[in-house]
Structure formats: C-alpha cells, structure tokens
Write a protein that binds this ligand. Structure first.
Ligand code: C2E
Ligand code: MG
Ligand code: MG
Length: 634
C-alpha cells in the first residue's frame, strides 16, 4: 500500500515539476524576446538617425542640386547595403525627389504617404511589418529628408533567441527534471518513512516492540488464504499451530510489585520467548500478559514441544530491580486446519484450551473439541461479566448455619449465583475464577458485601437476628480500601460489625501469609468475624491456624463425606475439631448430608454445621420461612 502511494506521489511530483519548468521557460522566452526586440529596434533607430543626420548635412551642402544628392545617396546605398534604407525621400521646396533602393517594394506608397513629423524618428507598422524612420528638415521646412527601413531586429532577435533559448530551455528543463527527481525521491522517502512508522505503531506493541493482534490477523489470514488451493487437494501438506500464552498470576505481580516491575518482567519474557522461536514462527503480544505464537508448517506434536519450552523458560527466574521473579504460564494450542480454518476460530480455540490448561493447572493443553462445549460457554461468560455486574445479575443465595447442640439457625452463608438471562442460574464455581482473572473482583466482592449488609439490616428490622458469612477472594486482600469500605457500609446500614463474617478459602494462594495476616488483622480490628474456609485442603493448614487470628474454622466437605466409611477421615475430623477448640476457635463442619453425620459431629464437639441435610442454599424469600420453621420446632 505504502509503495503504491509512493510511486503515484512521485509521478505527480515529476509532472508538476516539469509543468513548472515549462511555464518558467515560456515566461523566460517571452520576456527575453520582448527585451531583445525592443533593444534591437532602438539601436537600429539610433543608427538610422545618425545616417539621416549625415545625409542631411550633405544635402544642405549640395543644395540646391538635388541630383547630386541623389547620386550621393545612391552611393551610400550601395556602399553600406546592410544598413541601406529601402526608401529615401528628398523634398526640396515642395518638389519630391525619391530614391527607392527596392523598386518593387510592395508597400512603398503606403510608406511614402505616412505622416512623418519633422526632425523626429519612430517606428510604424504597415501591414503587420515594422518600419523605422527618421526625418531631418531645415528650420523653414523647405528641405527635408526622410529615411525608412524595415526593422531587422525581429528576424535577428528571433534567430538569436531560438539559438540561445533552445540551449537555455534545454538546460533549464534538465535542471528542473533532475531536481524534481531528487526532490521527489527525498519527499517520497520521507513520507514512506513516516508511513512506515505509523504502520509500525499500528501493528506493534509499544512496550515489547512485538507485533500485535492486528499484525497476527493479517499474517494468519494471508497464510490461510494462500494455502486454500493446496488445502483442497490434500490436508497433509498444509498445517499451522497457534499457541495462546497467558502468564499465571501476573496481575499479582502488578498489584504487589507495581506496574513498572510488571512491564520489565513482560519485556524480559518476550525476549526469551523470541529467542526460543525459529524464523517461521511469529510472536505477538495481544494484551496485558497474553502472547500468541503463530507457526506455519507446524503440527500439534511440534507445537506441544514449543509450548513446553516456553513454559520451562518462564520458570527461570527473571531479575527485575534486584528481585528475582519466577513466572509460570498456561498455554492453549489450536491447529490449522483441524481446529479452525481462519484466525478468529483458531484464536478462540486456543483461548478455550488455554483456560482449560489454567483451570486444571496443566501448563499446556491442546484444543479438544469434545470438551469444548463447556469451555465455549466460559469464553462467552467471560465476555459478559462486566455487563452482568452492571445489570445486577449476580444475586445471593443463603445457606443456614446450624448450632449443632440446639439445632438453631444462627446465621447463613451468602453464596453468589449468576442469574443469566439465557443460561439460567450459574453456580459460583463456573464464574468466580473468571471474575478473579478479569480484574473485576474488587467490584464484585464489594457488591456482594453491599447486598449482604443491607440484608442483615433488613432482617434486623424484621426482628430476625442472623449473621451473614461472605466469601471473599484472596485478591480482595490486596485492596487497601476493603476494610474502610466495609466499615462505611456497616455504619450506613447501622449493622453491628459482629453480624458480618468474612470467609477466606485456605488454598495455595500466591498471596503470602504476611499480606493475609495484615489484612485479617485490619478486618478483625473493625469488629467483623473471620473464618477460614475449606480447611484441610490447602497446603499450609497448621501454619495458617497458628498465624491467623480468626473466629471460625470450617472443615472441608471432603472430610465430612468420607467420615462414615473411612476411619482415617473420622480421626482427622475428630482431631481437627479438638485442635480448633483448643486454639479457642469455633469449629464449623461443611457439607453435612445425613443425620448420622450431624450426630457424629455433635458428639465430637463440633460447634456448627452446614449442609444439604439441614438446607440447601436458597433465595432470601425461602430463607425466612425456613428459619421460622426450624427455630420453632426445637
Ligand atoms: P464454599 O464457600 O465452601 O461454599 C460451600 C459450597 O458447598 C457451596 O457451593 C454450597 O452450595 C456447597 N454445599 C453446602 N452444603 C453442601 C452439601 O451438603 N453437599 C454438597 N455437595 N455441597 C454442599 P456453591 O454455592 O456452589 O459455592 C461454591 C464456592 O464458590 C464456595 O465454596 C465459595 O468458595 C465460592 N463462592 C460462592 N460465593 C462466592 C462469593 O460471593 N465470592 C467468592 N469469592 N467466592 C464465592
Ligand atoms: Mg464459604
Ligand atoms: Mg467451603
């Protein structure tokens, strides 16, 4: 495209320069012509005047013998033929003596009858021919002499001009042409450079200098359309692989260490990726921590190899600002043409595979159409998150928390649901991780907190004294405004802080125990209750218990399920309850599904229980009914 504009611009520049050269030459010719003619004629006139003067003084001398004069004039005529007048008029006392050197001159009568003023000279035009004339006469005008001659300057000038100007014009023309060529080349180069810079900016990422999504689309489209013909004949020769790379927990690096460090890490990783790739592979950065590699002529096996190399290279720590950062990545692979015949489909499939890899902590995943239905839905949901937040499609269901000794409902756990206009009610396990990855998790959790606190206040107004436990994501702990936000809400809705419980899942969170402890202590100071969720599933259970100042510890459902038929699980549950009680915290058993489990747990000294045996999570309207029934039964 750039090339085309360049050459057409060059042509236009050339044409206009030549045009200017032609116009300038023309003006030059006209001006020079006029000047030469004018100059030539005035010199001719001057010499004619001198000639007339000379002849006239002779005439005066010979007077009154005109015959002698005419002879002398004839002599003059023949001697200096070039300057010879074509006509000579001598008027002595009214008698005209004429001497004509060119007898058959066609306009002689016209010339003679012209009105020549005495003692002057001038130029007259007769039948488009220019003549110069000069006249001398005595004071009494008794004797007069008139010399007339056609101007020669015109012819001479023309000859002169044609000669000189043709050379000059030729030179001017070549200079103009040459400078036009040079100028146009310079201008075109500069424009092309500008265009190139613009094109580079439009198709490259300013941070890593890698090509961007636009560039990728262009390249892949080019490849897929150029191989269309081949593809018809056989599918074996045509292949390609698209690898979607997403760094794991890059957001945490940005949030905890700052964007500058995050940027450095990205640049370093981009350079490493580039080094690992051959020339037939294209590496692009498509967004935040997302890269795509497109390799033509590559099959799935080779792509898996490349992907594993990329994962390995991520693991080598990167030194940024004297800190060593270890990264990990999830990669999804889609192959051309099996998984998609155009760039959009390929990217979508690779995206689906990448998210599968991420969720299953598998590192690399090749796209698999069979398991895709679910994944396609996830990609769709991911795109709809912010709209769902805006339109309040997230609602809370409540699961009662029962005091095991009395069977009374003491509180509820708020569990989020997505009321999706097409997909129906979506459980949190299908969207919480999407929200965590999307960067909207603070907004989401604040929204949940708002609904819950409002709800407590409403129940209080209705004489219902229930606590609500809200689940938050570990990412929320990085939000310094979380505690002030909760405090403000509690104050606004006049809810005592101890009515709110915050649950944090004890999983292998990237966020270190220090950050968690700090955030927890701030929350606890504000008076809200804290609880460790899914206890027993994380890696640092005992460390957590010792380090964190919490009120409740919820034993994970997986231990409760197996309690009845697995003695070991029963022992674990029993000793965990003991430990929790000894540390002065309340124990909560999750996922109680049978009365047997409930009785067992009560006997073990477990304080509270939740589970389908008591009630499933339910909307607020059902909950009031349930609480009334349950609390009056006992
Ligand atoms: P969780 O906090 O451990 O919540 C308990 C989950 O176990 C709930 O699933 C609940 O429906 C289920 N459950 C309760 N009793 C039983 C039982 O007897 N048997 C079985 N099989 N399941 C039982 P749910 O509602 O699907 O929530 C799943 C997880 O999603 C929650 O686990 C929690 O970690 C997360 N979550 C829910 N709401 C939110 C939220 O608002 N924010 C955040 N960050 N996470 C949330
Ligand atoms: Mg929970
Ligand atoms: Mg739980």
């Amino acid at each position: 495209m750039t090339h085309h504009t360049g050459s057409s611009l060059r042509a236009r520049l050339l044409i206009s320069s030549i045009g200017i050269a032609v116009v300038v030459s023309a003006i030059f010719i006209v001006v020079a012509y006029r000047l030469t003619v004018d100059l030539g004629e005035s010199t001719e006139l001057e010499s004619l005047e001198i000639q007339t003067e000379m002849l006239f003084s002779q005439l005066q001398h010979l007077q009154p013998d005109p015959e002698a004069f005419v002879t002398s004039a004839n002599y003059l005529d023949s001697g200096t033929s070039e300057l010879a007048p074509i006509y000579l008029v001598i008027n002595i006392q009214g008698e005209i003596y004429k001497q004509q050197s060119l007898e058959n001159y066609p306009y002689k009568d016209l010339l003679i009858s012209a009105d020549f003023r005495p003692n002057t000279s001038g130029i007259i035009t007769v039948s488009e021919k220019r003549f110069i004339w000069a006249q001398r006469s005595t004071l009494d005008e008794e004797i007069s002499l008139t010399l007339i001659r056609p101007t020669e300057s015109l012819d001479l000038a023309l000859q002169y001009i044609v000669r000189r100007l043709s050379v000059t014009a030729f030179l001017t023309f070549w200079i103009a042409l040459w400078s036009a060529l040079v100028l146009s080349a310079i201008i075109v180069r500069r424009i092309e450079k500008n265009n190139e810079e613009l094109a580079f900016m439009a198709t490259h990422d300013p941070l890593t200098k890698l090509p961007n999504r636009l560039y990728l689309i262009d390249k892949v489209n080019h490849y897929t359309s150029s191989t269309k013909g081949l593809l018809m004949k056989s599918t074996q020769d045509v292949k390609g692989a698209l690898l979607m790379i997403d760094l794991d927990r890059f957001k945490e690096v940005n949030d905890t260490l700052g964007h500058a460090m995050g940027d450095e890490l990205l640049i370093a990783l981009a350079n490493r990726f580039r080094e690992k790739l051959t020339d037939s592979c294209l590496l692009v950065r498509t967004g935040g921590d997302e890269f795509i590699i497109w390799c033509k002529d590559m099959d799935a096996d080779k792509a898996l190899l490349v992907a594993n190399q990329i994962i390995q290279t991520c693991k080598v720590p990167v030194k940024v600002n004297n800190t060593f950062l270890e990264s990990s990545a999830s990669i999804g692979i889609a192959c051309f043409p099996q998984h998609g015949k155009d760039v959009d489909t390929l990217v979508k499939c690779a995206d689906v595979a990448m998210y599968q890899a991420k969720r299953q902590h598998q590192g690399v995943k090749l796209y698999d159409a069979a398991s895709d239905n679910h994944s396609i839905l996830r990609v769709k949901l991911r795109g709809e998150l912010s709209n769902a937040l805006k339109h309040k499609q997230f609602v809370l269901y409540y699961q009662p928390k029962i005091e095991l000794t009395t069977g009374k409902v003491v509180g509820v756990e708020a569990l989020a649901r997505w009321e999706h206009p097409q997909e129906g009610l979506i459980p949190p396990n299908d969207f919480i991780d999407l929200i965590e990855q999307s960067g909207m998790v603070n907004e989401f959790s604040r929204n949940v907190l708002l609904i819950a606190i409002k709800q407590i206040s409403e129940w209080m107004d209705q004489g219902l004294s229930l606590t609500i436990a809200v689940n938050i994501s570990p990412y929320n702990l990085l939000d310094p405004e979380l505690t002030p936000f909760i405090a403000t809400l509690l104050k606004t809705y006049q809810v005592p802080a101890e009515k709110l419980e915050i649950e944090l899942t004890e999983t292998a969170s990237m966020i270190d125990i220090q950050t968690t402890r700090l955030a927890f202590s701030k929350l606890r100071k504000s008076g809200v209750k804290l609880s460790v969720d899914d206890f027993g599933t994380g890696m640092s259970s005992l460390a957590y218990l010792k380090e964190l100042d919490v009120d409740f510890i919820k034993i994970d459902r997986s231990f409760i399920i197996n309690m009845s038929n697995d003695e070991r699980d029963k022992t674990i549950v029993k000793s965990t309850i003991n430990l929790i009680n000894k540390l002065g915290r309340y124990s909560v058993a999750e996922g109680i599904e049978t009365s047997h489990q409930a009785r067992q747990l009560e006997a073990m000294g477990c304080d509270f229980g939740q589970g389908f045996y008591f009630a499933k999570p339910m909307p607020e309207t059902k909950l009031r009914e349930y609480v009334n029934k349950q609390n009056h039964q006992r």
